[in-house]
Write a protein that binds this ligand. Structure first.
Ligand SMILES: [Zn+2]
Length: 345
């Protein structure tokens, strides 16, 4: 037996294969699900770093145990040198990853960090070196391709349209007036933080120090200095909105240029409910989009993985530039109020 699909089926039971390497299966932790189980909630992949992935969060320990078993068994198959022939005539070997367009990226290419097939590895070079870094690149590419595979189910499963977001808000905030919107939003920040508020170009010259103020000052002034803020606080005395001047508290503000107000909520819900990224607020930008304000990822590795999947879902990779300006609640954009529509209690 040299087919990794047989090994996978031996661990998860029957698999409804969608491709030569990925298919739907029964979740190994189904008994732990606290919400109803759908037919397409769990998927097994044998390429890259072999992975069982389930949309439920409550089954995580059982899925993790099954994943260890799966990786061990597939890693040992044919001494780690198995190969399967794809219908296209290509050969996929242990660790290679089947791409959405049907081509194969080899494990060697992925581990070497070749960037030809997508934006997942864009950004500054990793300080990591050696085997650990090569392995992380394989995991990252697995995560990215898996996200491509489960994207249709994600948008179905976590569908969270605009009106539902408003209805579901723990605090009813959307009808508050401009001043109240602004002050409510300010309370997301610890009192000592220095926050930037201004227009896009209110940054870079000493006179822009006035746009960088402690939260308590803004509480008095209101959103009069402009329509934008940042997801990061800044060092006291800053006059330039740059990553180097970011200081302490940071939110990851998730936005999309391509997803409509009724679509992007699925990404917010997936991050919040399934990946346990803490959602603080959803902001209606008074334009076409919504912004989700999350706690920033804890470390660079988690951030890189999140960036890879968010890019697949249609969210903007520039959101990882923490000095990026975003719409501030309480200001008016062409006569329409930028406002909070969902707020954590
Ligand atoms: Zn599950």
């Amino acid at each position: 037996m040299t087919d990794p699909k047989h090994i996978a089926a031996g661990i998860v039971g029957g698999v409804e294969w969608q491709t030569e390497v990925s298919g739907f299966c029964r979740c190994p932790g189904e008994a732990l699900h606290t919400l109803p189980t759908g037919k397409k909630d769990c998927r097994v992949n044998v390429d890259g770093a072999p992975t069982i992935f389930c949309f439920h969060a409550s089954c995580a320990p059982a899925v993790a145990a099954a994943n260890r078993k799966l990786r061990c068994a597939i890693g040992a198959l044919a001494g780690g040198h198995w190969a399967i022939a794809l219908p296209s005539g290509q050969v996929l070997r242990s660790g290679d990853i089947l791409q959405g367009d049907g081509t194969v990226r080899t494990r060697a290419e992925i581990e070497a960090g070749h960037t030809s097939s997508g934006p997942a590895f864009a950004g500054p070079p990793s300080p990591q070196r050696g085997k650990g870094a090569a392995h992380e690149r394989l995991v990252l590419e697995t995560v990215r391709v898996m996200a491509e595979r489960f994207k249709p189910e994600l948008f179905e499963k976590f569908h969270w349209p605009f009106t539902q977001i408003i209805t579901d808000s723990p605090l009813h905030v959307c009808e508050r007036d401009a001043e109240d919107q602004f002050r409510t939003w300010l309370r997301l920040w610890p009192a000592h933080c220095h926050v930037w508020i201004g227009d896009i170009f209110s940054s870079g010259r000493p006179e822009h120090r006035t746009n960088f103020r402690p939260v308590a000052d803004w509480y008095q002034i209101g959103p009069a200095m402009g329509n934008f803020t940042c997801g990061s606080s800044f060092k006291p005395g800053s006059f330039q909105r740059s990553n180097a001047n970011c200081n302490g508290t940071r939110f990851l503000v998730i936005e999309s240029d391509t997803l409509a107000k009724d679509e992007v909520g699925a990404v917010f819900a997936y991050l919040n409910r399934r990946l346990h990224f803490n959602l603080h607020a959803v902001v209606d930008t008074a334009g076409k989009s919504l912004h989700g304000w999350f706690d920033a990822p804890r470390d660079k590795r988690i951030e890189a993985r999140l960036k890879a999947v968010l890019t697949v879902f249609g969210c903007d990779p520039k959101l990882f530039t923490y000095s990026q300006p975003v719409r501030v609640p309480g200001a008016f954009r062409d006569g329409r109020l930028q406002r909070l529509v969902w707020l954590k209690e």
